[in-house]
Design a protein around this ligand. Structure first.
Ligand SMILES: N[C@@H](CCC(=O)N[C@@H](CS)C(=O)NCC(=O)O)C(=O)O
Length: 197
């Protein structure tokens, strides 16, 4: 299995989740400007959408989109989702919220030449969406005492928020710090940092 990633990008969520799950995988770094991997592969042949993540499974199938990649890792890596009756749907609901409402709100920060007003508006939107999650957080992680793939994704968003100067509300800051301390996260961060060199 191979995870195509760019250091610090949203693919970090899948990277941490794969480590949390203890699944065997290789990493392939993608240059998002040239669409080449570090071994010179044309990334557009792997994911014609051009963006990360892409997860190439052992049978050769390629999965893209964070929601699909993370759901697959959760299902195959024994990362328990929420136990309640609607558990699987609650997890998908959360992944969709993080992907389509939170992740997408960062767009002005990654758009060259975006105006300051667009970034200010984006910061307010991100803060509102983090507040929504913070008010509902009642345990160490989104669905209880152990992290799910949704926590891995939220963690990346919380790192980005820090990077663009949006303060995480207290409970979410605690979740971010707990995720940072986990060995899976530490290894993933070190590997992605080393891949920049
Ligand atoms: N809808 C996609 C979005 C993925 C995405 O935004 N990837 C970014 C990195 S966080 C990327 O590769 N951007 C480069 C590009 O769009 O060319 C998903 O959820 O997987």
């Amino acid at each position: 299995m191979q995870l195509y990633f760019a250091p610090g990008a949203c693919s970090l969520a899948g990277h941490i989740a794969l480590r949390e799950a203890g699944l065997a995988f290789d990493l392939a770094r993608v240059d998002l400007k040239t669409h080449r991997t570090q071994t010179g592969q044309d990334y557009l042949q792997i994911n014609p959408k051009g963006y990360v993540p892409a997860l190439v499974l052992d049978d050769g199938e390629t999965l893209t989109e964070n929601i699909a990649v993370l759901t697959w890792i959760g299902d195959h890596g024994g990362l328990a989702g929420p136990a309640a009756a609607l558990g699987r749907y609650r997890l998908l609901e959360m992944l969709a919220y993080i992907s389509t409402e939170l992740h997408k709100s960062f767009k002005p920060f990654f758009t060259p030449g975006a105006e300051a007003a667009a970034k200010d508006q984006a910061s307010r939107t991100i803060a509102q969406r983090l507040d929504y999650l913070d008010e509902r957080l009642s345990a160490d992680f989104l669905f209880g005492a152990a992290p799910t793939v949704a926590d891995c994704y939220l963690y990346v968003m919380l790192r980005w928020a820090q990077g663009v100067g949006v303060n995480a509300p207290a409970r979410l800051a605690g979740l971010r710090d707990r995720m940072t301390e986990r060995p899976a996260t530490q290894t993933a961060l070190q590997q992605e940092e080393a891949a920049k060199a």
